[in-house]
Design a protein around this ligand. Structure first.
Ligand code: 4AD
Ligand code: MG
Length: 462
């Protein structure tokens, strides 16, 4: 007999009848003539209650062996529960233990801290919180693809190993097969990468954008969705060394279309979560963050605020006394400023646009005022920056001048410059950090708990 997901049993209108389920025991309580067993199979936050009567064959050995964490298959009949707390329960006719968990199973029935759960990342998906997060993560991944497909964007796989540094921040992990104890040296004493696997210095990508632009300038509208890597030593609840980023890029888009796309995208994902993940969202709202549902509903149903960087600075300066970092025109916005704008001033997502060129990446398009670039960040409550994007500098001479001013190696960007030489067009795009989106949608406090296996300074376990 095929097993039926617990979620399906619990969601049905009428009792499912004769079924077989498979899962892990959460708890067992023994009464005089029978036992209650709660099992969870990962398909829902809710458990299925099993009634195991002492008339079952081998009741004493089988049922009494079922400790918390043990795996079982159970056959029986689903009926309307007479007890409180659940709609249906399963009257077992046969119980087969598969793997018994001894008493040192770390997830006994009590609350564990998220810090502790990170140390047992091989078992933590069996908890209600991490289970709900990962179901939502899966659903939203699917929603990313459906949004872009509906909007006519093609999915492009950009490389993970690359020889370019998109953000120019130099925060990259090196990829090498050289003997690090005894690397070949150049005459000047540096490392001779010409002997390395790729014949030159290579890294893990910090962004698929530059390669994404190549495809946007051929297919029109594209997006990437893949892992990105940053070797920044940021020990914060908002940064990971390995995170997943979604990067759309569209030819003939300018900043207004880019902002429109970003807003439509986030609102679509919020609506998707509300429509398809009700049970998990209710769990987050009850147990993790009492405002999360209200926030997601707000995002899905109302438009984002838009202000220029200059306007943002005017607002922030009036509150400078309360900031650790005082701002002035030209300052980079810190998380405290971003959160003040979105949480205190506007109480909804805010798109800040047209930033000073000095604090933004080399590829962003210079505005006519010569001191700002056509860049935008989407800031959201509880997190700060969710999205960073821009119009790209499509004018060959302006881009080249920018590369020179920043002291970047023009030769390394030969193909990027070629795109501006052969049929250049305005184009724009952005990057959304998928784990930051999950923080927003779950109310979880630490980015390390919304990715299955977090990588951060000092940790790459599992
Ligand atoms: O603002 P960032 O650095 O922009 C880019 O990488 C551009 N190339 C995107 C583009 O225009 N195609 O990163 C984009 C987003 C941020 O807004 C943030 O949500 C997320 O990626 N992000 C991180 N998420 C987790 N951990 C980190 N260390 C992150 N760094 C950036
Ligand atoms: Mg950014």
């Amino acid at each position: 007999m095929k097993t039926i997901p617990v979620a399906t049993i619990l969601a049905s209108e009428t009792p499912a009848g004769r079924v077989m389920v498979a899962g892990w025991v959460r708890t067992r309580r023994d009464a005089k003539d029978f036992s209650f067993i709660e099992i969870n199979d990962g398909t829902s936050v809710a458990n299925l209650q099993i009634i195991a009567a002492n008339a079952l064959p081998d009741y004493a050995e089988t049922v009494h062996s079922l400790t918390t964490g043990s795996s079982v298959t159970i056959e029986g009949d689903v009926r309307i529960s007479e007890g409180k707390g659940q709609k249906f329960e399963l009257i077992a006719t046969s119980i087969t233990p598969l793997g018994i968990a001894p008493p040192d199973y770390p997830l006994q029935k009590k609350r564990h801290t998220f810090e502790y759960l990170r140390e047992i990342a091989h078992l933590r998906p069996r908890t209600n919180s991490i289970g709900a997060v990962m179901r939502l993560r899966s659903g939203l991944s699917f929603a990313v693809h459906s949004f872009f497909r509906e909007q006519g964007f093609y999915y492009v796989h950009t490389p993970i190993i690359t020889t370019s540094d998109c953000e120019g921040a130099g925060e990259m992990f090196h990829v090498t097969t050289l003997d690090i104890n005894n690397p070949p040296r150049t005459e000047e004493g540096g490392i001779d990468y010409s002997n390395d696997f790729f014949g030159k210095e290579a890294n893990l990508t910090v962004s698929g954008q530059l390669e994404g632009e190549i495809y946007a300038l051929a297919l029109g509208k594209i997006y990437t969705f893949g892992p990105t890597f940053r070797a920044e030593n940021s020990n914060t609840p908002r940064h990971l060394a390995e995170f997943w980023m979604i990067e759309p890029e569209a030819a003939f888009y300018r900043l207004p279309e880019d902002m429109e796309l970003a807003e439509a995208f986030v609102r679509y994902l919020a609506a998707f979560a509300l429509e398809h993940h009700q049970a998990d969202l209710s769990f987050f709202n009850e147990r993790i963050d009492k405002e999360v549902l209200c926030r997601i509903e707000g995002i899905a149903s109302s438009s984002f605020e838009r202000i220029t960087y200059t306007e943002a600075i005017d607002i922030l300066k009036r509150n400078n006394e309360n900031f650790t970092f005082k701002v002035d025109w030209g300052s980079d916005l810190q998380s405290e400023h971003e959160r003040y704008l979105t949480e205190t001033v506007f109480k909804k997502p805010v798109i800040v646009h047209d930033y000073p060129a000095e604090i933004k990446a080399f590829y962003m398009r210079r505005n006519d005022d010569e001191r700002t670039v056509a860049a935008m960040d989407v800031l959201v409550p509880g997190i700060g920056e969710l999205i960073g994007g821009s119009e790209r500098e499509e004018r060959h001479d302006v881009l080249l001048e920018r590369i020179h001013t920043l002291g970047l190696d023009e030769k390394a960007y030969w193909w990027y410059l070629d795109l501006r030489k052969f049929g250049t067009t305005p184009h724009a795009g952005f990057g959304l950090g998928f784990e930051r989106l999950l923080l927003l949608m779950t109310g979880m406090q630490n980015i390390r708990d919304v990715i299955p296996f977090p990588r951060y300074p000092g940790n790459a376990a599992f």
